[in-house]
Ligand binder design. Structure first.
Ligand SMILES: *Cc1c(COP(=O)(O)O)cnc(C)c1O
Length: 386
């Protein structure tokens, strides 16, 4: 089976992890700060906090922005459930904004229309989570301008997007948002097994997230309510969690960062090659906005079903039978039973649902060979019946 995504682990990665195992610190040592600095410097952010998953990063990002009961968080329905669940963790209510028909990202025009209505009804969101689907940035300038006008905060869920750029600056640099989140799950662009990071240029947000990452406990006298009782002293000043990343994970991350640029270059080669190989097939290849240099995490095609004698199901199942580990990203979040029970239903976000009825993620990972890619394309031809 050629998987849809796969990590690249080298001898150098293995040695980096083993040397941590032989060192004094398995957690809370020097590797996590090193990894944090490396990523922050790479993308041009001032502060970065490594955590045990992007889901944890989204949670503490929402809390740091003050999201709480009675507030609204808006995001796109075409994302992993975590982009919406983070709002529910904080006791906030979640709503969705339909996608753009070309980029499949949260549509700024739909966002504006929904904001105008929300303003009349007094339920403007506190936080909007912009998800860079497949690694292609959302239209952040437009979303940021709406944020200025309506007063909401912006989290970029860049789980797919490390190494990508928007208007020439690396995603994560924070020019159009308050906080950016990366994921280092093995199917993503670089991996730490499990892991994530929150980046910001706002020192107070960084301090708040640092507290929440580790029980709300501080050893910094400046944050305490009174002079420390002694040099052993710490204070719990907030209700936090244990969302820390281990030294083993951070060492793997440091080692992987050396190859990030090459990973993205290889992903672009593969994407460009797919574009050419699929040009004569009844499928829509991923459209790229001129402002965007995508991390190319996923390569999603849309079947032109009116030109194909097979159904979406049939094409998908045939590809799996032929050993191609295709997938669908994503099942619209509002159609998940947990969200339907809150009142969402099929029909709420037509563009997202149309996308879902046609989308297939083809295999895309940095170690994929050209001949594996040829195999994928041959199987797709067979599955479509052309
Ligand atoms: C993978 C992913 C997440 C969650 O990442 P974890 O590190 O597994 O918690 C969140 N949002 C999006 C868009 C993702 O793809």
């Amino acid at each position: 089976m050629i998987p849809y995504g796969k990590q690249d682990i080298t001898e150098a990665d293995i040695e980096a992890v083993v040397s941590v195992l032989q060192s004094d610190f398995l957690t809370q040592g020097p590797m996590v700060p090193r990894f944090e600095k490396l990523v922050a410097d790479y993308v041009g952010a001032q502060h970065s906090l490594a955590v045990n998953s992007a889901t944890s990063a989204l949670h503490i990002a929402c809390l740091a922005l003050g999201l709480e009961k009675g507030d609204w968080l808006w995001t796109t329905p075409i994302t992993f459930v975590a982009s919406a669940n983070c709002g529910l963790y904080c006791g906030a209510k979640v709503d969705f904004v339909d996608i753009d028909s070309k980029t499949y990202n949260l549509c700024p025009v739909a966002l504006q229309a929904k904001l105008e209505q929300a303003e009349r009804e007094g339920r403007v969101p506190k936080v909007v989570v912009a998800v860079h689907l497949c690694g292609q940035s959302c239209d952040m300038a437009a979303i940021h301008a709406l944020g200025q006008r309506y007063g909401f905060k912006i989290i970029e869920d860049a789980s797919h997007a490390i190494g990508g750029k928007y208007r020439g600056g690396f995603i994560g640099g924070g020019h159009f948002s308050d906080i950016t989140v990366f994921s280092f799950h093995p199917v993503k662009i670089i991996t730490t097994a499990e892991g994530g990071m929150a980046l910001t240029n706002d020192e107070s947000l960084a301090n708040r997230m640092a507290l929440l990452r580790s029980h709300g406990v501080t050893r910094d006298p400046a944050l305490m309510t009174h002079e420390p009782d002694g040099s052993w002293y710490y204070q719990q000043v907030d209700l936090g969690f244990n969302y820390r990343m281990t030294e083993l994970q951070a060492a793997l991350g440091v080692s992987q960062m050396e190859r990030l640029s090459n990973f993205v270059i290889r992903r672009h080669q593969l994407a460009n090659r797919y574009d050419e190989l699929l040009a004569d097939l009844p499928v829509v290849s991923p459209w790229q906005h001129q402002d965007s240099y995508s991390g190319r995490h996923l390569y999603v095609i849309r079947l032109q079903l009116d030109e194909i004698c097979k159904s979406h199901h049939q094409v998908f199942d045939t590809l799996r039978e032929l050993g191609i580990g295709v997938n669908v990203h994503y099942i619209p979040v509002h159609t998940q039973p947990y969200y339907q029970q809150m009142g969402f239903k099929f029909g709420d976000y037509p563009e997202a649902e149309r996308y879902y009825a046609e989308a297939i993620s083809l295999p895309m990972f940095q170690t994929m060979t050209d001949s594996q890619q040829d195999e994928v394309v041959a199987a797709l031809r067979k599955a479509i019946g052309v």
